[in-house]
Design a protein around this ligand. Structure first.
Ligand SMILES: Cc1ncc(C[n+]2csc(CCOP(=O)(O)OP(=O)(O)O)c2C)c(N)n1
Ligand SMILES: [Mg+2]
Length: 326
């Protein structure tokens, strides 16, 4: 038993370290965007880190994920390199997509990251396709599919959950209910209360968890992944969470009150894990400070890498844009 506690606490420390890295990456992106250093659009997931980290710490390197337009956390949690992600945001040739995708389309198929996605609700369709390929090739892999409360009202999400159920595919649908789809509260977008009920419709196990708790997300995803690996088909995990920033950087946020944001911040996933690890004696204040400094140094390095990288050459504008004939 003490070994189990030590093992679990090691994992929690690693999860804290990763959530700090995600937050540092995104906080820095917010500042860079404000300073007009980044072209395009960025959507930050600050506040939602426990979902990405909790879920991705269940899976292995050769498993897959699909992401959303708010995908920096998912990408870092899947093991993508912050240098190449930052370079992509700067539009530089060293970025994951050669600087041609920006934040919303970062992908690294070799690492099982099947893409952020500017099309709301498209990720689950890719995940079901990945599940189908795993099934047809008899592989031992799973696919986690992150999507939002807004996406839950999109047709392709339901078609995907239905097909994954019909074929018992190894897909875990992870709904990040951050309470808003753009500026619309989740309750104004859905006639039925509670997203868990959507799992019942497709006869798949469904669970709602506190998405501000990395441990709760981890445990629910672990159960779902176990079922998927056993050939028991898809599951739905609904994570109740919150984004602290606007829908996009620059959003005036006049659809919610400061009090609402402050209430959610009291449940911050990083602060709460940090306090419990310190209270239980697994970390002390100086460890925490060192972890924050490490995250900050890591992102300093990523920004430097991105700034020093070149923009893609003009004559490559049409390269890597369309697939080659197969
Ligand atoms: C198919 C499609 N419809 C509409 C949009 C415009 N749009 C971009 S983000 C967004 C809201 C998505 O909400 P949610 O799924 O809850 O994700 P969140 O932004 O909260 O992470 C919408 C409607 C889009 N990009 N794609
Ligand atoms: Mg949402």
């Amino acid at each position: 038993m003490p070994d189990m506690v030590a093992e679990r606490s090691d994992q929690l420390v690693e999860q804290l370290r990763e959530m700090m890295l995600i937050r540092e990456f995104e906080s820095r992106v917010g500042t860079l965007f404000e300073n007009n250093e980044l072209p395009g659009f960025v959507h930050l997931s600050i506040g939602q880190e426990a979902v990405a980290t909790g879920a991705c710490s269940v899976i292995e390197e050769d498993d897959y994920i699909t992401s959303t337009h708010r995908g920096h956390g998912h990408s870092i949690a899947k093991g993508l390199d912050p240098d190449r992600m930052m370079a992509e945001l700067f539009g530089k040739e060293t970025g994951y997509c050669g600087g041609k995708s920006g934040s919303m389309h970062i992908a690294d198929v070799d690492q099982g990251m099947l893409g952020a996605n500017g099309i709301v609700g498209a990720g689950p369709a890719l995940a079901t396709g990945a599940g189908l390929s795993i099934d047809q090739n008899g592989e031992d892999r799973v696919c986690l599919s992150f999507f939002g409360d807004g996406a839950m009202a999109e047709g392709p999400v339901h078609e995907s959950m239905n097909l994954a159920g019909v074929r018992d595919l190894p897909v875990v649908f992870i709904c990040e209910n951050n309470q808003y789809g753009e500026m619309t509260p989740a309750e104004d977008q859905h006639h039925v209360e509670g997203f868990e009920a959507r799992g019942d419709v497709y006869d798949m196990p469904a669970e709602t968890v506190d998405g501000m708790s990395v441990q709760e997300v981890y445990m629910a995803t672990a159960e779902a992944v176990k079922r998927a690996r056993n050939g028991e088909g898809p599951s739905l995990v609904v994570c109740e969470t919150y984004r602290y920033r606007g829908h996009y950087e620059g959003d005036p946020m006049n659809y919610r009150t400061d009090d609402e944001v402050s209430e959610w911040k009291k449940r911050d996933p990083i602060d709460s894990l940090e306090s419990s690890l310190v209270e239980e004696g697994f970390l002390d204040e100086s460890d925490v400070e060192a972890m924050r400094d490490d995250a900050s140094d890591r992102i300093d390095g990523a920004v430097e890498f991105a700034r020093e990288s070149e923009f893609p050459a003009e004559e490559t504008a049409f390269e890597d844009v369309y697939t080659e004939d197969i």
